[in-house]
Design a protein around this ligand. Structure first.
Ligand SMILES: *Cc1c(COP(=O)(O)O)cnc(C)c1O
Length: 393
């Protein structure tokens, strides 16, 4: 059976391009930097592309290729490009599409460094950027200029959980010949498949849900068509932000349980969001699974589930939030997200601290906002933990 015909959860176990000569049931780690050519002619053929033999691990490696082909299969794309980190993926997208004098329109509430690198590094090369609430298509329309070369979207947004209409943004950008790239880290392909909605490029910090065990930093990009795939791959190879075979091995191992991990963490998140929403010390909760979410309907249409990221603010603002974060005992006070363990953090002073005060305000990142990444623990322990910490507030 062609793995393309399998359902998603079976693709997690059996998808991907890999056949071991010795019959290994799992993908082994090809811990090698270089590969032996059969002959001088074979070496030349590998370089010219006549042969698909391996050359050198920065260019391609069987362990890494197994992972790339599996994620490409899950995202319904042409091909995957694994990177050293999520930021390696972000910069490969930027470097491929943005040149001297180019302009990018981006979601305002994106992963902090995705924004900061544009504002603090790419400006040195004449790249301009505009940050808008991409959940409002009119704002996107207004921000586009003749030199706009990329529409960069994160949905649900980080950490405000706004939902951007990917189909509408894709239609708008394509009518103007602008490619669209989507950071799908918060949802993973289990809950959202942007390429199916007409987007050109999807990428992940696999550090988060895809690996899911808080023990690897890794990224990946999937392009919808071959031409874009080739451009992105050449950037990755030449800038050297490749993955290591051992990293790939760990991600392949974590990926197998993506479906069951996401089911459990999402189920937990729904209960915790409902608990927080009715708590008298909480001023607001943003979770796409709650009816109170302004884009509840869009989330339902565009995603296969609301995920396990929650943001909320206590009535006592930052002071109260700090008491909560210092008193949780099951949840871990740490940045990152998408692992089996529940994490809590304060974006304004942590993940988004390098974003300017004005940038934070426009993106809706208030000082009191607390971000909660719900894991797969027993939900009763998580509820009890929140309850006792909120009593101290
Ligand atoms: C973590 C993260 C990144 C960056 O990934 P790294 O693996 O830390 O480099 C990018 N986007 C989102 C949404 C993230 O959560």
């Amino acid at each position: 059976m062609d793995s393309k015909d399998l359902s998603f959860n079976s693709k997690l176990i059996h998808g991907g391009d890999f056949k071991d000569a010795l019959g290994s049931a799992t993908v082994p780690i090809y811990q090698t930097s270089t590969f032996i050519f059969d002959s001088a002619d074979h070496g030349a053929a590998c370089f010219s592309g006549e042969s698909d033999g391996y050359i050198y691990t920065r260019i391609a490696n069987p362990t890494i290729k197994a992972l790339e082909s599996q994620i490409a299969l899950l995202e319904n794309g042409f091909g995957g490009i694994a990177t050293s980190s999520g930021m390696g993926a972000v910069n490969t997208v930027y470097l491929t599409l943005l040149g001297q004098g180019a302009h990018v329109v981006s979601s305002a509430a994106v992963y902090g460094p995705s924004r900061v690198v544009l504002e603090q590094q790419y400006t040195r090369f004449g790249v301009e950027s505009t940050f808008v609430n991409t959940a409002d298509i009119e704002e996107v329309k207004k921000a586009i200029r003749p030199n706009t070369k990329l529409l960069f979207i994160e949905t649900p947004s980080n950490p405000t959980m706004d939902i951007t209409d990917l189909k509408a943004c894709g239609d708008l950008a394509h009518s103007l010949g602008i490619p669209v790239a989507v950071d799908n880290t918060f949802s993973s392909p289990y809950l959202q498949r942007p390429l199916d909605l007409g987007v050109d490029i999807v990428f992940h910090s696999m550090t988060k849900f895809i690996n899911g065990h808080a023990d690897v930093v890794a990224g990946i990009i999937v392009a919808k068509d071959e031409a874009m795939y080739k451009r992105l791959r050449s950037t990755m190879i030449n800038f050297g932000c490749n993955m290591d075979p051992h990293q790939a091995y760990l991600v392949i191992r974590g990926l197998k349980t993506l479906g069951i991990r996401m089911d459990r963490s999402q189920e937990n998140a729904m209960k915790l969001a409902q608990y927080l929403e009715q708590h008298p010390k909480v001023s607001w909760v943003r979770y796409p699974g709650l009816l109170s979410h302004p884009q509840y309907e869009l989330a339902k249409k565009q995603m296969n589930g609301p995920g396990s990221m929650i943001s909320f603010e206590l009535k006592g603002g930052l002071t109260a939030g700090k008491v909560l974060m210092d008193n949780v005992k099951v949840a871990i006070l740490a940045v990152s997200l998408g692992g089996v363990e529940t994490l809590i953090q304060h974006p304004a002073s942590m993940t988004h601290s390098k974003v300017s005060a004005d940038g934070k305000e426009k993106a809706g990142i208030t000082d009191g906002l607390v971000r909660y990444s719900v894991g797969i623990e027993d939900v009763n322990d998580l509820l009890a933990d929140l309850k006792q910490a909120l009593e101290k507030v």
